[in-house]
Design a protein around this ligand. Structure first.
Ligand code: GAP
Length: 510
């Protein structure tokens, strides 16, 4: 994928009612977006797929919906007040601001691209005899670049985990990193910037207090751990899932809905017995990648990226990265967070957050394995891989949005061939039956071919055409978005044909 692909996705998303810039009539607000009539349906379907796979398919996971505003001490306990910072750096010539760590990661990505280029050359040279593993392990250019990456990663880890931010600037200068806008290497010092938005609660007369908009949904789960455990009589291991808004004052918020200041997370905290966290970390890595692969966006588009720089509370962490139009980037995080959060809340609240284990006959603070995925990033991953330009057998081309059928906003569009002779009434009759199972759309304007193309571009998996024969024999033509195959079928079989492809069960069984 390429950055041109990102531009195509942005304009397509707007044209087909998926995503609009927020408050566009006032020229928009940076890094905030509104989901349109089709966008909200796709988003709801992604949430449903996640919720069903987490909560409905696991008898030991339940959901909650905690408030966005939380007691301010929550964020002291979680470490966000003191440490939810990004290292920022400005270029003195272009006046552009960057995350210092991202500049270094982009430099690493360029070296990785050189390795990919070597591999491509190898494939060209050796054809079917090409052995990628062996090539990666022996080619001198690849080896040299791999070593370079390792060295940079070690230095980056040292610089970012130490207290001295000047080391981060030194590394940027040592690597000769230039401002992507001006090409200048004239950098300011690196400074820390807290990402939490704050506001005041209560009227001034009452005396107001500073509170924060939550930067992650996870803390709403931690503070409710005991409420859920006790009221739900939950035995460890068990999980709590939540979907909701989170807010971060990102330094560089760009790349469309990839990095926003207001976004949604789907998070799950899995509470386990201390000592078993590695086993559960591996379980969730596998379970989550299977969830992604079942969508059919292409297994090659995903990869794990194990963290070299572990947060102070984690004993293992990995990202599931997706091949976005801008390259491989984080889509989901899986973190083994030890007992850090619950212990910190115990200390700050003075309340015990422990579990009495009847098998061990003792109480302990559970360990936590977290899965955390950005809903908007998942949306972008789906849109970017679904949007395709196809050349057809007759030489013409079509734009098609191959959203996985169970997630598509509209599942069926029903067209009367003409606007008269009772065909519209017959089409409405079909919709009135199908709408109990799936989202339908009625369309009678333009020639049938044009209506098909419009629904292809909107992502609708099925189109049904009602013609004069339909009035006689109760059959219709059903057309498949992906294969463009058209079949004549009895109206009575429509529901079964459509559900076999669009039901969530298909994904969940995978
Ligand atoms: N509770 C753990 C946590 O919040 P994170 O890696 O900071 O971890 C989890 O965020 C996920 O949230 C990321 O993998 C990403 O998909 C999404 N996310 C984070 N910041 C985002 C932003 N500014 N815009 C959109 N999605 C974001």
């Amino acid at each position: 994928m390429s950055t041109d692909q990102l531009k195509n996705v942005i304009s397509h998303a707007k044209e087909y009612g998926y995503i609009f810039p927020s408050s566009e009539i006032y020229d928009g607000l940076s890094a905030t977006y509104d989901y349109g009539q089709n966008g909200v349906e796709l988003k709801n379907n992604i949430k449903k797929y996640w919720w069903m796979s987490m909560v409905q398919m696991h008898e030991n996971i339940v959901g909650i919906d905690a408030a966005i505003f939380m007691h301010p001490t929550t964020w002291k306990a979680s470490g966000h007040v003191d440490a939810f910072n990004d290292p920022l750096i400005d270029n003195k010539d272009s006046k552009k601001r960057y995350r210092a760590d991202v500049l270094i990661e982009e430099h690493i990505a360029k070296i990785e691209a050189k390795i990919d280029k070597e591999v491509a050359k190898g494939i060209k040279r050796f054809g079917d005899d090409f052995d990628k593993e062996q090539f990666l392990a022996t080619n001198p250019n690849v080896q040299r670049n791999k070593k370079k990456i390792e060295e940079i990663e070690v230095k980056m880890k040292e610089a970012l985990t130490g207290d001295d931010l000047s080391k981060v600037k030194d590394l940027i200068e040592e690597l000769g990193i230039a401002c992507p806008v001006s090409g200048s290497k004239n950098w300011t010092d690196v400074r820390q910037f807290n990402l939490m938005f704050s506001t005041e609660i209560g009227s001034l007369a009452e005396g107001s207090n500073k509170i924060y908009l939550r930067p992650e949904t996870a803390q709403g789960i931690f503070v409710n751990y005991l409420n859920v455990q006790k009221s739900g009589r939950k035995k460890i291991p068990f999980g709590i899932a939540q979907i909701g808004k989170a807010f971060r004052n990102e330094i560089i918020a760009r790349q469309f809905i990839f990095r926003m200041r207001e976004f949604e997370q789907m998070e799950m905290q899995f509470f386990v017995k201390p000592g078993t966290q590695k086993q559960w970390f591996d379980y969730w890595k596998e379970t989550r990648i299977n969830w992604h692969n079942a969508l059919g966006l292409g297994e090659d588009n995903y990869r794990f990226h194990d963290h070299i720089k572990l947060a102070h509370y984690a004993d293992a962490a990995t990202d599931i990265e997706f091949n976005f139009p801008m390259g491989f980037k984080e889509l989901e995080g899986i973190h083994s967070r030890t007992d850090f959060d619950l212990k910190a809340h115990e200390e700050h609240s003075g309340k015990k957050l422990q579990y009495f284990d009847p098998e061990e006959n003792k109480s302990y603070v559970p360990y936590v394995v977290e899965t955390s995925i950005g809903l908007d990033r998942m949306f972008l991953a789906i849109m970017a891989s679904a949007l395709q330009e196809e050349t057809l057998a007759d030489g013409s081309s079509r734009t098609v949005l191959k959203i996985p059928a169970p997630l598509a906003p509209i599942k069926v569009a029903v067209f009367p061939l003409t606007k008269k002779d009772g065909l519209p009434e017959k089409a409405r009759e079909i919709i009135n039956e199908l709408k109990f199972d799936v989202e339908c759309l009625y369309e009678e304007k333009d020639a049938i071919g044009k209506r098909y193309r419009r629904q292809d571009a909107a992502g609708t998996p099925f189109c049904i055409t009602v013609d004069h024969d339909s009035l006689e024999d109760n059959t219709v033509t059903i057309r498949d978005r992906d294969t463009m195959e058209q079949k004549r079928v009895p109206i009575s079989e429509l529901s079964e044909i459509i559900l076999s492809k669009v039901s969530m069960k298909r994904l969940l069984k995978n």
